[in-house]
Design a protein around this ligand. Structure first.
Ligand code: IPM
Ligand code: MN
Length: 353
């Protein structure tokens, strides 16, 4: 295949992990005989600093040119403590999601046997946990009507039937390919928007007789995820609930630095780690590149190149087994590898496989 890839390194540790993702992408393409062409584009605080826009038109054009976007992270503390900032790096991410129609955010929560001890949960609870959170990404409160003055402010959590239907279809497709269990997470006891979600899901469920559909209130889901994470197979939910639940899900595996995600929809799909830009670690060469590297595996899998994806996963597992790890997941007394060293080890593994 001929790949055109838009690379958006963004802010903080973004550029460091982005390099590792690109190197792995190139190594796989070389091994499997694919051609790959990269175009780099700016976004986030980098975009604001350079051209005053966290998702400039040129970056959007580059995304449209590409078959897939390899995204890293955006965010800079200089904007965080300034509620009056006119533009924020995060707006770039939201603009990208909206403009590319990325309504489905796929966030797998997997555990790695050799890292179970890093989980804040007891090993017997986490072992074997393996679920996917499908988060609706272009609707709800993030994009609904907003109002803000000094004394009153609101965000509107609006959803339409077609928006709900299309994300549920994505969720059912995943459930069919997995353990055929879909949990629809909502707050239908309180929220009108959630009641529409539940209604649409109840109407669609008979179309998928092989899938067990169940419904769970979001507060209960937050609890169940740490009490019994193995209960879940595929979970689907609206934008805001998905944002919160996926941060919770990410720590189950022991480090946020391990989990990739895919955002798909109407135009070019985007592959990115679920963690943020970790500005404190910028330039220190300590950030874990695995989530970014695994997002490259998701990229190949999206194009049905399963062998390519599998080799990346195998290489990642091998690096963990060989204790080639960044500091936050290294075993006691083990050598601490830098971002680039972990990436280079994985590239070598792929080349020699
Ligand atoms: C995420 C992030 C974003 C979100 C922020 C950076 C706007 O937390 O991708 O989960 O809230 O969606
Ligand atoms: Mn989030």
């Amino acid at each position: 295949m001929d790949f055109k890839i838009a690379v958006l390194p963004g802010d903080g540790i973004g550029p460091e992990i982005s390099r590792q993702g690109v190197d792995v992408m190139s190594a796989i393409c070389e091994k499997f005989g694919h051609n790959v062409e990269y175009k780099y584009a700016i976004c986030g605080a980098d975009g604001i600093d350079k051209v005053g826009d966290p998702f400039p038109e040129e970056t959007y054009e580059t995304c449209l040119w590409a078959d897939a976007v390899l995204f890293s992270a955006v965010g800079d503390p200089k904007f965080d403590n300034n509620p009056n900032a006119k533009v924020r790096p995060e707006q770039g991410l939201l603009a990208m999601r909206k403009k590319l129609g990325l309504f489905a955010n796929i966030r797998p929560v997997e555990t790695f046997q050799c890292l179970i001890h890093k989980s804040p949960l007891r090993a017997e609870l986490v072992e074997g946990a393996d679920f996917i959170c499908i988060r609706e990404l272009t609707g709800g409160m993030y994009f609904g009507e907003k109002y803000e003055d000094n004394d009153r402010a609101y965000d509107t959590n609006a959803y339409t039937r077609p928006e709900i239907e299309r994300i549920l279809r994505v969720a059912y497709d995943y459930a069919l390919r997995r353990r055929k269990h879909l949990t629809v997470v909502d707050k239908a006891n309180v929220l009108a928007s959630s009641r529409l979600w539940r209604k649409v899901a109840q109407e669609m469920a008979p179309e998928y007789p092989d899938v067990i559909t169940d419904f769970m209130y979001v507060d209960n889901a937050a609890m169940r995820m740490i009490q019994e994470p193995r209960f879940f197979d595929v979970m689907v939910t609206e934008n805001t609930f998905g944002d919160i639940l996926t941060d919770e899900g990410s720590v189950i595996s022991g480090s946020m630095g391990l989990l990739p995600s895919a955002s798909t929809g109407e135009k070019t799909p985007v592959f990115e780690p679920i963690h943020g830009s970790w500005p404190q670690a910028k330039g220190l060469n300590i950030a874990n590149p695995l989530a970014q590297i695994l997002s490259v595996a998701m990229l190949f899998e999206y194009f049905n190149l399963t062998e390519e994806g599998a080799l990346i996963r195998k290489a990642v597992n091998a690096s963990l087994d060989a204790n080639v790890r960044t500091p936050e997941i290294q075993v006691e007394g083990g050598a601490k590898y830098g971002t680039d060293a972990v990436g280079a080890w994985i590239v070598d593994y792929i080349k020699n496989a």
